[in-house]
Design a protein around this ligand. Structure first.
Ligand code: PAF
Length: 310
C-alpha cells in the first residue's frame, strides 16, 4: 500500500497532480485517465467501492474529503456530520487512492459564510423531492462539485493526453441525475460514472449518517429498503405497483417519519404516470426519504419492468 499524498490547498493539489502526470510522461506514457472520487468523509464501504471502481478504470485516482456547508439546510446536521480525516485517509490509502484533496473551509470558500457570492443552480431538478424538502441542497452540491471538477481536473500536461472521470454512488440517485444533467448543460469535460448502492446484509443502504442510528433506529430504518424491494419485486413480476399501499404502510410504520416515496423517471425525476392497470412499463427509480431517529435517510431502487433484461 502506497501512502497517498494529502493536499490541503488548491495550488498544492494541482501541482501534485501535474507531477504525477509528468512522471508518466517521462516514462513514455501518452494517455492517462484521472478518476475523481468526491466525498464528504466519514467513509464506509460504499465509498470504498467508488475508490475501487476508480482504481480499476483509471491510471491516477484522486479523492476529495470536504464537508460542504452549502449543501446542508440544517445547521445541526452540518455540526453533527461525522468527521475523521485520519480514518478516511487510511481507507482511501487501502483502496489505492493516489492523491487526497482535503481543504479547510476557508480554502474552498474564502470569507464563508459571506462567500461564495456566485453559485451554481441545479434549476428545476434541484427543487424536486429531496430538493423540495431541503431547499438549496442541490445548489450547494452542484456548486461544490463544479469547484471540485475545476480544481481536480487533470492539468494540460505536454505529451500526455489526460481524460477525467468522476465517480458517484447510485444511492444518491437525485444527485447523480442532477450532476449528469449539469455536465451536459454546462459542458464540463468530465465523464460521470456510477457505482451501485452498497447495503448491509440486512438491506440497509450504507450511509455516513447510519453511525448516528441506535440499534432500534436501525430496525426501523430497515422498513425503507423493505418497501423499495416490494416495489421492485412487483415491477419485475409485472404486477400492479400499488404505490399508494406501500406509502400507507410506511406512513404507519413505527419509528419512520416518511417524507416521500415516489416512482420517477430516472433522468428527469418526474413522477411516472402508470397505465390504468398500475403495471410499470419503463424502467424507473423508486426514491424514499424519511426521518429515522436523529437523522434523515434516503434510499433508492431501480424498478425494472417485467421482461426487461438486467
Ligand atoms: O455525495 C456526497 O458525498 C456529496 O454530496 C458530494 C458529491 C461529495 C458533494 O459534497
Amino acid at each position: 500500500m502506497t501512502e497517498p499524498q494529502v493536499l490541503t490547498t488548491v495550488p498544492g493539489f494541482r501541482a501534485a497532480l501535474a507531477e504525477l502526470l509528468a512522471v508518466r510522461r517521462d516514462a513514455g506514457v501518452v494517455a492517462a485517465t484521472v478518476g475523481l472520487v468526491p466525498t464528504m468523509g466519514a467513509l464506509h464501504p460504499g465509498h470504498a467501492a467508488l475508490a475501487d471502481a476508480a482504481r480499476e478504470h483509471s491510471d491516477i485516482v484522486v479523492a476529495s474529503v470536504f464537508v460542504n456547508p452549502l449543501q446542508f439546510d440544517d445547521a445541526e446536521d452540518y455540526r453533527h456530520y461525522p468527521r475523521d480525516l485520519d480514518a478516511d485517509i487510511d481507507i482511501l490509502a487501502s483502496h489505492g487512492v493516489d492523491l487526497i484533496f482535503a481543504p479547510a473551509l476557508e480554502e474552498m470558500y474564502p470569507g464563508h459564510p459571506d462567500g461564495p457570492l456566485v453559485r451554481v443552480s441545479a434549476g428545476e431538478l434541484g427543487r424536486r423531492w429531496e430538493g423540495a424538502s431541503r431547499p438549496g441542497h442541490f445548489d450547494g452540491v452542484v456548486t461544490v462539485v463544479t469547484k471540485l471538477f475545476h480544481i481536480m481536473a487533470p492539468p494540460i500536461c505536454a505529451d500526455v493526453s489526460a481524460s477525467f472521470e468522476a465517480w458517484f454512488g447510485e444511492k444518491d440517485a437525485e444527485q447523480l441525475a442532477i450532476i449528469r444533467r449539469m455536465v451536459t448543460d454546462l459542458d464540463h469535460e468530465v465523464t460521470i460514472r456510477s457505482v451501485p448502492i452498497v447495503r448491509d446484509d440486512d438491506g440497509l443502504a450504507l450511509s455516513s449518517r447510519n453511525r448516528r442510528l441506535s440499534a432500534q433506529d436501525r430496525e426501523h430504518a430497515l422498513q425503507l429498503s423493505v418497501a423499495l424491494t416490494a416495489l421492485a419485486r412487483r415491477a419485475e413480476a409485472g404486477e400492479r405497483l400499488d404505490l399508494e399501499g406501500v406509502v400507507a404502510g410506511l406512513q404507519a410504520a413505527e419509528g419512520v417519519g416518511l417524507d416521500y416515496l415516489v416512482v420517477v423517471e430516472p433522468a428527469t425525476l418526474r413522477p411516472v404516470e402508470l397505465p390504468a392497470d398500475g403495471v410499470l412499463v419503463d424502467e424507473a427509480l423508486a426514491l424514499v426519504a424519511a426521518r429515522v431517529g436523529p437523522v434523515r435517510l434516503i434510499d433508492t431502487m431501480t424498478l425494472r419492468p417485467h421482461g426487461d433484461a438486467m
